[in-house]
Design a protein around this ligand. Structure first.
Ligand code: HSE
Length: 432
């Protein structure tokens, strides 16, 4: 029951785009539910956005308006800043820093800011004794920060893995289903409100890498290290790759993997092949999934909508309810000063690889390819040659497990062959 003596928790919302509008809608539609679950009323007192006159499909008339999010963060009638503007620096950062300095809690969906400045922000929040929460920043509506930071707190984490960009997964699965053009499908994703303001953050893997860096810090108790993530986007994945991978029993996903290796923390966000029949292989559309692996629990698989107004606002409001209830959890699972600085391991770990080669179809070409692989110590597991496209014969090879360095060496040799018509492509096959 709501405690009538407890004052309401008053929110100031900075940013009224897709997610901000979703937050307003939940606060308005679920006022009674939120109050019952929090033990106090949750109210919006003020909002801030760039464009005051835009119709956002929600009634904002009873909220004070601030043009400047920093002024919003300073308002005495705001107890908590909800930052849903985005951007790793600029007004979002200034507003969060102001809120913390003023002793106010912060809930943000801003993975870029947290991935780049998370350590400083966590230190600041701890010193001020306020909450800093970012569930909505990682995998949209999936409560993965809570699962990893709280639900699996008794585990040594061995690996964290996920498909965490709805736009990329939407593009890859729509292209596969319909044979549609990359650019058309990206336009759909933008229209549906999945894509970042700058969609190159999506297709270039940066958005998903921000999320992976946050999960890695939380899972391994390390300082968040976005620059340590090896990133490759989906731009060079062709419809032919998608179809060839499918013929060989795989699907291509923009997959993030973080694991502690003997060389340090490996963080990579790259297109990978995964078995089509695996749970990650079966993800369609904007759906995200995260696999958390702990030494006590084994594998935990979470799946759900990774983008859009409802799912992202759902995650924001879950954080709000936690803070309203008085729950206090360090941003990265440990006091910020105890987070370790992990060496960067790059993407050196061994794996099986899918190779796509574009060869002139002439005697001895395949023998040269096989020799290049053999000389680098890479063993061929499966191979297919497809029909010619003009002079070019696409050749696909699945290797046995090999070190990344050996694959790179072989790719260099094959790319330099006079029979090579285009740079060879190597994609990791991840065991999931
Ligand atoms: N642009 C992101 C995505 C939205 O496509 O998943 C949430 O970060």
């Amino acid at each position: 029951m709501t405690d009538r003596q407890t004052p309401p928790l008053r929110l100031g919302i900075a940013g009224l785009g897709t997610v901000g509008g979703g937050v307003v809608a939940i606060v308005q539609q679920h006022a009674a539910l939120l109050a019952a679950r929090s033990g106090r009323r949750i109210e919006i007192t003020a909002v801030s956005a760039r464009n005051r006159s835009r119709d956002r499909g929600v009634d904002l008339s009873s909220y004070a308006w601030e043009d400047d999010p920093v002024a919003l963060a300073r308002r005495p009638d705001v107890d908590m800043l909800i930052e849903v503007m985005g951007g790793e620096d600029g007004p979002a950062k200034a507003a969060i820093e102001t809120a913390i300095a003023e002793g106010k809690h912060v809930v943000t969906a801003n993975k870029a800011l947290m991935a780049v400045h998370g350590q400083a922000m966590a230190e600041g929040a701890e010193a001020a004794g306020v909450a800093l929460r970012y569930e909505a920043g990682v995998a949209g509506g999936i409560p993965v920060i809570k699962a990893l930071g709280e639900g699996l707190a008794a585990n040594g984490v061995t690996r964290v893995m996920g498909v965490m960009n709805g736009t990329c997964n939407y593009i890859l699965t729509e292209m596969e289903k319909t044979g549609a053009d990359y650019a058309d499908v990206l336009e759909d994703a933008q229209r549906l409100g999945y894509a970042e303001a700058d969609p190159s953050f999506d297709v270039g893997g940066i958005d998903a890498a921000h999320k992976l860096a946050l999960l890695a810090a939380l899972g391994f108790g390390t300082r968040v290290d976005f620059k340590g993530v090896v990133i490759e986007g989906i731009e060079r994945i062709t419809l032919a790759d998608i179809r060839h991978a499918s013929d060989m029993g795989f699907r291509i996903k923009l997959l993030g993997v973080a694991q502690m290796t003997e060389n340090g923390l490996e963080q990579r966000m790259t297109p990978c092949l995964v078995p089509a029949a695996s749970p990650i292989g079966q993800l369609d559309g904007v759906t995200n999934a995260v696999q958390l692996e702990g030494d006590m629990v084994g594998d935990v698989f979470l799946q759900g909508p990774g983008a859009g107004a409802g799912p992202t606002a759902s995650a924001i409001m879950a954080d709000v309810v936690d803070v309203a209830r008085g729950l206090s959890v360090p941003a990265f699972g440990l006091p910020a000063a105890q987070l370790a600085e992990a060496p960067r391991a790059g993407d050196r770990s061994s794996a099986a690889f899918y190779l796509r080669l574009s060869l002139k179809d002439r005697p001895g070409a395949l023998a040269k390819v096989a020799a290049a692989l053999g000389e680098e110590g890479v063993s061929i597991h499966r191979m297919r040659q497809y029909d010619h496209d003009g002079e070019c014969a696409p050749v696909l090879i699945v290797t046995h497990e090999a070190p990344r360095g050996a694959i790179d060496g072989a790719m260099g040799r094959i790319g330099a062959m006079e029979e090579s018509l285009a740079a060879p492509v190597a994609l990791r096959i991840e065991e999931v």
